[in-house]
Write a protein that binds this ligand. Sequence first.
Ligand SMILES: [Fe+2]
Length: 285
Amino acid sequence: MSLTITPVTPTFCAKVSGVDINQPLEETTFDAIRAAFDEHLVLIFSGQPMTDAQQITFSERFGRLEGTKGVNPASGTPFARQSNLDIKSGEVIAADDRRMFYQKANMLWHADSTFKPTPSLCSILTARVVPPAGGATELASTRAAYASLSAGQKAEIEDLVVEHDFVHSRGVVGFTFTDAELAGMKPARHRLVRTNAANGLKSVMIGLHAKCIVGWPEDESRDLLDDLLARATRPENTYSHEWRTGDVLIWDNQAALHRATEYDTMHHHRLMQRTTISSGIRSNL
Ligand SMILES: [Fe+2]
């Protein structure tokens, strides 16, 4: 069995086969996976069903795991649960339940944890229960968005700082937090332009949580963020993953965006478990 990396689109995403990621990985094997991640931004493994313990073991190869806090039902664990099933009873959650409303923002283009002062390197999402239709995950490349800019545009944005705010992003879909939930939440500032340390390739950290460019007038700020998002989500820079049980996806949270698509939440079941790996690099902005 030899590790095989097969690109899925001309610009990003690759399928990985020839490796059992539930088994202890040799250093050289993991290094090849990590190099493929840096090159392709999104890696897809099929037919590798994981338990929670196996997912944690594999995820920790990439770095320290974030702990989940706040409204997510898996709060207090290393998992962010994406599901229409009650975590205790396993029953379908009513469509008008606050927990389902909270998940609506996942259907808009975003990267995970960009609102934290220490942003995430990557997320790993495993498919535990998959609906028969819908519930795909779409991905987009902000590395491609950066590459599409002219030299002048690249120079103009090189030193910009972007503010990411979770209260802002949930507010876009009309979700409001209680005072207790708001305690301790504050925006984070990051360099807009990111550079992959392994290969020097640049991307932009944008998406739903990106509220504004620091120091810019609101309309110009919004125009730039919207333009970059439009570039990232051009059809040639996107990929839609139709899930099968046992699929595992890894995506870069500093050079790729993602969003979930609709499914029949009242009649079908969907359970995805996400681990989020910290970049370990805290912003000092
Ligand atoms: Fe997400």
